[in-house]
Design a protein around this ligand. Structure first.
Ligand code: SAM
Ligand code: SF4
Length: 328
């Protein structure tokens, strides 16, 4: 069994984008009230006194959009400076990255994943729900700045939606040819906007991989990371291609992660609400830290039985929380 040592921490459930597949315009989302967000001190207390002692050493900061949290650089600095931290990464939409990339790097962040679903500004704006000035260029500037600053590996996440951006798979894959960029195709999941999923369906990784293979050929590749991507490389390319097939493949037996939501719920499985612990309420009610450690240890023991089983439990057939709320 894999050690469970990787924690994805959602810093905030809010976002400056409205991606169609995640938190579409008009969706009725209950945002966490400011007073219910874990403060930086609470988060650091949990990381140092609960998560690290029970064995977590690798962390990813996500959201919502982590860069809209005003103290994001301080949080990066605090976690990166802990001697036990073996890996710290972030997932972002990069809209605010051009201004923050150097500060984040100086604070100790080295790995970054950026969502980029299209190279066409009008399609990008359609997907990300922008109805005003196009935001594609600013995101592209953020990616270029992160590359210049030295983030390595720099990964680009692409969710492929049939009839929207599936005609760009080869163009997006080609970004890996002469830059050390790692393009990851993520299967679209019915979480966040199941209406869009029902209308459009989804494309499996194998179909995308074959399309790319026919054009250039593919060999097995390697890139540093903690996730379930199957990694390939176009022969001679500087970067790699990853395929994350959570719809077509079950990788629960390899799952090494838990998720902490911005309001302090510790969740053992993305697709399953079973077993969650409300660490914020426990912390604020003064439960001793050794008891919290014990609760988390017990959840770690239960995780193999929780993974993927009884999906949607506690919901009405829909996933009760979106990726932005869980911390995707
Ligand atoms: N805002 C940041 C971003 O977009 O990169 C971080 C949070 S976002 C929830 C993390 C990842 O989840 C993104 O790469 C996004 O594309 C992915 N995601 C969100 N909803 C999804 C869905 N329904 N199916 C597959 N991936 C999804
Ligand atoms: Fe925001 Fe990321 Fe969700 Fe898009 S995928 S709405 S950028 S949290």
């Amino acid at each position: 069994m894999n050690p469970i040592d990787y924690l994805r921490i959602s810093l905030i459930d809010r976002c400056n984008f409205r991606c169609q597949y995640c938190m579409p315009e008009g969706a009725d989302l209950d945002y966490v009230l400011q007073q219910n967000l874990l403060t930086r001190d609470e988060l650091m207390l949990l990381v140092q006194e609960v998560f690290i002692p029970v064995g977590f050493t690798r962390f990813r900061l996500t959201g919502g959009e982590p860069l809209v949290r005003p103290d994001v650089v301080e949080i990066v600095r605090s976690i990166a400076s802990l001697p036990e931290t073996q890996d710290l990464a972030m997932t972002t939409n990069a809209f605010l990255l051009a201004d923050l990339a150097q500060e984040l790097y100086d604070a100790g962040l080295r790995r970054i994943n950026i969502s980029l679903d299209s190279l066409k500004p009008e399609v990008f704006d359609q997907i990300t729900g922008n109805r005003g000035r196009s935001r594609w260029q600013q995101v592209w500037n953020g990616i270029q700045t992160a590359y210049r600053v030295g983030f390595n590996p720099l990964k680009l996440n692409v969710v492929v939606i049939p009839g929207v951006n599936d005609d760009e798979v080869l163009d997006l894959a080609a970004l890996s040819l002469d830059r050390e960029w790692h393009i990851r195709f993520i299967e679209f999941m019915p979480i966040g906007n199941d209406g869009l999923f029902q209308d459009r369906g989804w494309i499996n990784s194998e179909t995308l991989r074959q399309q790319i293979q026919e054009k250039w050929g593919l060999t097995e590749g390697q890139v540093r990371g903690n996730g379930p991507a199957d990694v390939f490389q176009i022969p001679g390319a500087k970067g790699t291609l990853g395929f994350i097939s959570q719809m077509s493949e079950c990788f629960c037996d390899r799952c090494n992660r838990m998720r902490l939501s911005a309001d302090g719920w510790l969740r053992p499985c993305l697709l399953n609400e079973t077993g969650q612990i409300d660490l914020r309420t426990a912390l604020r009610s003064g439960i001793p830290l050794y008891e919290l450690r014990q609760q988390v240890r017990e959840l770690l023991m239960l995780k193999p039985d929780i993974n993927y089983k009884d999906r949607n439990s506690g919901t009405t057939g829909r996933y009760a929380r979106t990726m932005s709320q869980i911390g995707g």
